[in-house]
Design a protein around this ligand. Structure first.
Ligand SMILES: [Fe+2]
Ligand SMILES: [Fe+2]
Length: 298
C-alpha cells in the first residue's frame, strides 16, 4: 500500500504561515511515501514568493520526504507581460524544478505530473499532444498491480464548483486527454485549482475515461477560499489500483483534523465508495467538504 499526501494551491504570497507550518508538522508526523503538490505554489509568481515556496519544499526534503511537484496558473506572472510570454515558467524552473512533467515510481504506485499552466490563458489550463503521448508512454511498462496516478493542476473534467449545478471548464483538449488516460489505464487523476474538495468516478461524468477516479484537493494553505470551504488536503492510501481510501484533512482554525474518510473499490470499470467513519469528523460545519464527497456513489 502507498500512503500519499496530496496538497495543492499553497499560494505563497497569500497564505497563512501557521497553516503552512502545520502542513509540515503533519507530514513529518505521518511520514507519507510520497507528497504530491499539484500547483499554484505562489500567488503572483514573484521572486520572493518562489523563494518562500522553495524554502518550504527544501524543509520537506530535508525531513526525508519524497516530493512530486508541478506548476499551476498562478506560477506564471500575470501582470509582468514580458516575462509572462517570454519566460512564463522561468522562475518556477529556477526555484522549484526544471522538470515540468515529473515522474515517480514506487513499489506500489506510478505517478506522472503534467504541466497544464499556459501563458495564453489567464486561468484555464491546456494539455498538448506531446503530453498525451507522454502519458501513454510513461505508463506502458508499469506492472499491472501498481496504482497509476496522473497529477495535473487544472482538472481534466468539468466539475461542480458552486453550491448549485454550476460546472467548471474542463482542461483544454479534454476529449483527447480522456482518451489518453483511458489508453494508459489511469486509476486516479489528482488535481487542484478550484480550492474545492471533490471525489467521483470518472464514468459518472463522461462516457469514456476508463477506470479512473477523479480526486480534487482543496487549497492547503491559501487565505483565498471558495465558498468559505476551509483549507484542506487529501490523505490517500492506495492498493494495487483497485482499492483506495481518501481522508480529507481539514484546518479547523487551530489544527488539521480528519473531516471525511471514504473507501473506494474498483469492480470492473466502476469505482464504488463507502463512508468509513465519521467519529473523528472535524468540529464545526464544513458543508463544502462533506457535500462533494457525499456526491460519490455509496
Ligand atoms: Fe489556486
Ligand atoms: Fe490555479
Amino acid at each position: 500500500m502507498a500512503r500519499i499526501a496530496h496538497l495543492s494551491d499553497i499560494h505563497f504570497g497569500a497564505n497563512d504561515p501557521n497553516i503552512v507550518a502545520a502542513t509540515i508538522d503533519w507530514v513529518n508526523d505521518k511520514q507519507p511515501d510520497l507528497v504530491i503538490i499539484s500547483g499554484d505554489l505562489t500567488q503572483r509568481a514573484r521572486e520572493g514568493q518562489f523563494q518562500d515556496a522553495a524554502e518550504y519544499l527544501r524543509s520537506l526534503r530535508e525531513n526525508g520526504h519524497r516530493l512530486l511537484v508541478i506548476p499551476g496558473n498562478h506560477d506564471i506572472p500575470l501582470y509582468d507581460v514580458f516575462r509572462r510570454f517570454l519566460s512564463p515558467l522561468g522562475r518556477y524552473k529556477r526555484h522549484i524544478a526544471e522538470d515540468l512533467c515529473p515522474w515517480v515510481e514506487t513499489d506500489e504506485a506510478a505517478v506522472l505530473g503534467i504541466n497544464t499552466a499556459r501563458s495564453l490563458t489567464i486561468k484555464d489550463g491546456r494539455i498538448n499532444e506531446e503530453q498525451m503521448q507522454l502519458i501513454r508512454q510513461r505508463f506502458k511498462g508499469v506492472a499491472p498491480d501498481k496504482t497509476r496516478i496522473l497529477v495535473t493542476h487544472h482538472p481534466l473534467f468539468a466539475l461542480p464548483i458552486g453550491w448549485g449545478n454550476e460546472l467548471s471548464e474542463a482542461v483544454g483538449r479534454h476529449e483527447d486527454a480522456l482518451q489518453a488516460i483511458a489508453d494508459a489505464g489511469i486509476h486516479l487523476t489528482l488535481a487542484g485549482h478550484f480550492h474545492r474538495t471533490y471525489a467521483e468516478a470518472a464514468s459518472k461524468m463522461v462516457a469514456k475515461a476508463g477506470p479512473t477516479l477523479v480526486i480534487q484537493a482543496g487549497t492547503a494553505t491559501s487565505t483565498r477560499l471558495r465558498n468559505q470551504e476551509p483549507q484542506s488536503f487529501n490523505w490517500l492510501h492506495v492498493e494495487q489500483g483497485n482499492r483506495m481510501e481518501l481522508q480529507v484533512i481539514v484546518w479547523n482554525g487551530e489544527e488539521f483534523q480528519r473531516a471525511s474518510h471514504v473507501g473506494f473499490s474498483l469492480e470492473g470499470e466502476q469505482w464504488h465508495s463507502e463512508e468509513l467513519s465519521t467519529e473523528e469528523r472535524a468540529t464545526g460545519d464544513f458543508p463544502g467538504v462533506k457535500a462533494p464527497i457525499a456526491a460519490a456513489d455509496r
